[in-house]
Design a protein around this ligand. Structure first.
Ligand code: NAP
Length: 296
């Protein structure tokens, strides 16, 4: 039998701070990153900053906005933090007004903001369902719509990178709301890429695998803590590192990816294709979450 300690797995990436593209790739480009003050959004925002972009971080909470702005500025880039709930079309229009005033019309939009928490479908309230769909799917649409309308009116090209999740294809037991919303995000990517290609707007989607970070919400963290060592559960024998997503995001939005549009790029070490030769026993979502029987 293979001893996992003897298997190399996929090598670790270069450290945070290295760039995949040439320095200055995004000089003079305004990049809006929703949810750019925490976790993977912050990693994406700083990666654009490292490559010369002027970065606008947008989300609701002051502490997240401060953290995102400071992280981008630490790369030497200019940053602006704008309070915005992406469910509100007027707030989204204001976000783009303020970004344009500060740095010129955003040339790149990263739709990273999302909401998620585990709950069995039978326990999910209508409000929980609507909230996640509103943030993850409708919010992504509203930001893309605002970006698209402004570029169509101005006759300028641009690039949108949506952020998805692999349960868009597999379904997500315990995450019915989020997986349905992410399936919508992947589908929306394809539609918008075709509708707006003639106007010079690329629309792609980036799907992270498991990339733990210190900003993960308590709900998600406790869900992860119920599993074994996260590394040995991945075919790569390691989880993803956030800079790996940052490099992929900057590539998709860069001049070197101009002919890539309508595409969904998965950065997950082949985890979503993982199957066993024989099925492991089924464990209900209630049991996985340590919940008692459904009481009705
Ligand atoms: P996270 O830390 O929970 O970040 C979510 C961000 O979205 C926060 O910065 C939050 O900021 C913002 N946000 C939430 N609701 C918002 C709203 N209504 N308006 C504006 N901003 C809002 O998540 P993450 O782990 O970094 O994940 C980033 C993206 O990757 C998400 O799309 C997620 O689905 C996807 N993903 C992550 C993983 C992973 O392993 N981490 C795996 C698969 C997919 P405020 O609270 O300040 O609003």
């Amino acid at each position: 039998m293979d001893d996992r300690d003897d298997l190399p797995g996929i090598p670790a990436p270069p450290p945070v701070g290295e760039t995949a593209l040439r320095p200055g790739t995004f000089d003079g480009t305004c990049v809006v990153v929703t949810g750019g003050g925490t976790g993977l959004g912050k990693a994406i925002a700083t990666e654009f900053g490292r490559l010369g972009a002027d970065v606008v971080v947008a989300s609701r909470k002051d502490e997240h906005l401060d953290a995102g702005r400071q992280a981008v500025e630490a790369t030497g880039a200019r940053a602006l933090a704008v309070s915005c709930d992406i469910r509100d079309a007027d707030a989204v229009a204001d976000l783009f007004d303020r970004a344009t005033e500060a740095f010129g019309m955003p040339g790149v939009l990263v739709n990273n903001a999302a909401a998620n928490f585990p709950v069995p479908a039978e326990d999910m309230s209508p409000n929980a369902w609507r909230t996640v769909l509103d943030i993850t799917l409708t919010g992504t649409f509203l930001c893309a719509r605002e970006f698209g309308r402004r570029h169509l009116a101005a006759g300028t090209p641009g690039s949108i990178v949506n952020v998805g999740a692999t349960f868009a294809w597999t379904g997500g037991p315990g995450f019915a709301h989020s997986s349905a919303a992410k399936a919508g995000v992947v589908n929306l990517t394809q539609t918008l890429a075709v509708e707006w290609g003639p106007y010079g707007i690329q629309v792609n989607c980036l799907v992270p695998g498991l990339m733990p970070h210190e900003d993960m919400t308590g709900d998600i963290r406790s869900s992860l803590d119920r599993t074994h060592d996260k590394d040995v559960c991945q075919p790569a024998l390691r989880v993803g590192q956030r800079q790996e997503l940052g490099w992929a995001a900057t590539f998709l939005a860069s001049p070197y990816a101009r002919f890539i549009t309508g595409h969904t790029l998965v950065v997950d070490g082949a985890n979503w294709q993982r199957r066993s030769m024989t099925n492991p026993p089924v464990v209900t979502v209630r049991d996985q979450m340590g919940l008692g029987p459904f009481q009705g």
